[in-house]
Design a protein around this ligand. Structure first.
Ligand code: NAD
Length: 378
C-alpha cells in the first residue's frame, strides 16, 4: 500500500451502505494499491449523517454536502444520492479537483453527462460510475467466451432487467425515482444496466427503435396523496450494433414476480451464452459441436478459475453476492486512482455513451422511428 485515499460519501441509503461495505471488504479481500479511508459522510441533515457515519464506520460527518467537497482530507467524492442531484454534486467535486465515483445513471440526459465528461477531462480528475454488473466474474467469463470466438460470429443479443418493486401503486418505495428530473423512469434506472452490458459484450450500439409505457399512471405518494406519473414503467427497444449484430433491450420495474432478473443472451454462429443474475454465479453455454441427442446448454458455475472469484473464496460454486461485485468495483476505483498511468472503468465517458442510448430510446419512441445514436449529443 502506497498511502491512503480519503473517501467522502454523499448519501447513506441503499447504495451508500453498499459502497461503505465495499470499501471495507475490498481492503481485506484485495491487495490494494492504496488504503481507502472512510473520512467523511454527508447526508440530508447533521443527525442523519452522524448516525450513518457511526454505523458505517466513517470518522466524521456533515449535514452539508458542499462542506464534504471542500474538505482537504477528501480525495474521492462518492455520490450515492438520488439521480437528480448527481450533476450538481459531481460538477462541484470536479471543480474542487476531486476524483469522482458516482452511482448510475450519471445524469438525467446525455447532454448533462457530456458536460461532466468534458469537465472531468479538463480538470484531469479520475471518474467511475457504478455499473457493478460489469464486475461480475460471470460477465468477465461471458466476454472472454465471446472474444475468444468460442461461440463464433455474434449476430444476436437479448438483454433485460426485470424487477417488480414498483408494482404496488400505493406503496412508493422510492418517490424520487418517479421525478422526471431523475431521468426517464425505468429506462434510466434499470435500462442503463442492460445498455452497459450490451455495450460491454457486443460493442457500440448504432441505432434504436423503442416503445415505452407508463402502465400505472397514478400512484400515491408517501403521504397518501395522488401523484400523476409521467415516467416509463416499462421499455422494449430494438437495437442495432455497429458490428452488424441485432438485439433487444427491455426493462420493467413492474415485472410481476421478478426480483433481480437482469439477464442477457448472446447468440453466435457456433454457440450461445445465457445469463440470468437471479442466479448471479451461473452462465449457460451452448456449443454447436455437441452430438445429436445430447444437445443442450451446459451450466457453468463461477469459481476460482474465473477473474476475481478466488480473492473471495477458493472453492468453486461457493457463491459471490451483490456486495462482492461492489467490492470488485471499489478495487478498480482505488487501484485506478493510485496508479499514475491507470484509470478506473467504467468512467464518465462510458456512462455518457450509455446515456446517449437511453436518450435515443426516448427520442425513438417519441418519433416512432429508428434513431441513430450519433444524433444524440455527438
Ligand atoms: N448500481 C446499482 O446496482 C444501484 C442500485 C440501487 C441504486 N443505485 C443508484 O444509487 C443512487 C441512490 O439510490 P438508492 O437506492 O441508494 O437511494 P436511497 O433513497 O436509498 O438513498 C439516497 C440517499 O441520499 C441521501 N440524500 C438525498 N438528498 C441528499 C442531499 N441533498 N444531500 C445529501 N444526501 C442526500 C438520502 O438521505 C439517502 O441517504 C441512485 O442514483 C440509484 O440509481 C444503483
Amino acid at each position: 500500500v502506497n498511502g491512503t485515499i480519503g473517501i467522502g460519501l454523499i448519501g447513506s441509503g441503499y447504495m451508500g451502505r453498499a459502497h461503505a461495505i465495499a470499501f471495507t471488504s475490498a481492503s481485506s479481500v484485495f491487495d490494494l494499491e492504496a488504503e481507502p479511508h472512510l473520512t467523511l459522510l454527508a447526508d440530508v441533515d447533521a443527525e442523519t449523517a452522524r448516525d450513518a457515519a457511526a454505523s458505517l464506520g466513517f470518522t466524521r460527518s456533515t449535514g452539508d454536502w458542499r462542506e464534504l467537497i471542500s474538505d482537504p482530507e477528501v480525495d474521492v467524492v462518492d455520490i450515492t444520492t438520488p439521480n437528480r442531484l448527481h450533476v450538481e454534486m459531481a460538477t462541484a467535486a470536479i471543480e474542487a479537483g476531486k476524483h469522482v465515483y458516482c452511482e448510475k445513471p450519471l445524469a438525467p440526459t446525455a447532454a448533462e453527462a457530456g458536460e461532466l465528461v468534458r469537465a472531468a477531462e479538463v480538470a484531469g480528475v479520475k471518474t467511475m460510475v457504478g455499473f457493478n454488473y460489469l464486475k461480475n466474474p460471470i460477465t468477465a467469463l461471458a466476454k472472454e467466451i465471446i472474444e475468444s470466438g468460442e461461440i463464433g460470429e455474434v449476430f444476436g443479443f437479448r438483454g433485460n432487467h426485470y424487477e417488480d418493486y414498483m408494482l404496488d401503486p400505493n406503496t412508493l418505495v422510492s418517490p424520487w425515482r418517479f421525478d422526471p428530473r431523475s431521468g426517464d423512469g425505468v429506462v434510466a434506472d434499470l435500462g442503463s444496466h442492460v445498455v452497459s452490458l450490451a455495450r460491454h459484450l457486443c460493442g457500440p450500439i448504432d441505432s434504436v427503435a423503442a416503445e415505452r409505457s407508463t402502465v400505472i399512471g397514478e400512484r400515491r405518494d408517501p403521504d397518501g396523496r395522488p401523484m400523476t406519473i409521467e415516467v416509463a414503467d416499462e421499455v422494449d427497444a430494438l437495437v442495432r450494433f455497429e458490428s452488424g449484430a441485432r438485439g433487444t433491450v427491455s426493462a420493467s420495474w413492474i415485472a410481476t414476480g421478478r426480483k433481480m432478473a437482469l439477464g442477457f443472451e448472446v447468440r453466435g454462429t457456433k454457440g450461445a451464452i445465457a445469463v440470468d443474475f437471479e442466479r448471479l454465479n451461473e452462465l449457460e453455454l451452448y456449443t454447436t459441436d455437441q452430438s445429436v441427442g445430447r444437445e443442450g446448454f451446459t451450466r457453468v458455475l463461477a469459481g476460482p478459475a474465473h477473474p476475481d472469484f478466488a480473492a473471495f473464496v477458493p472453492a468453486p460454486g461457493h457463491q459471490l453476492g451483490f456486495n462482492d461485485l461492489k467490492a470488485i468495483e471499489v478495487r478498480d476505483l482505488i487501484d485506478g486512482i493510485a496508479r499514475p498511468d491507470d484509470a478506473p472503468w467504467p468512467d464518465f465517458r462510458e456512462a455518457w455513451e450509455v446515456q446517449r442510448v437511453i436518450d435515443a430510446i426516448a427520442r425513438a419512441d417519441e418519433r416512432g422511428a429508428w434513431t441513430d445514436i450519433v444524433a444524440i449529443d455527438g
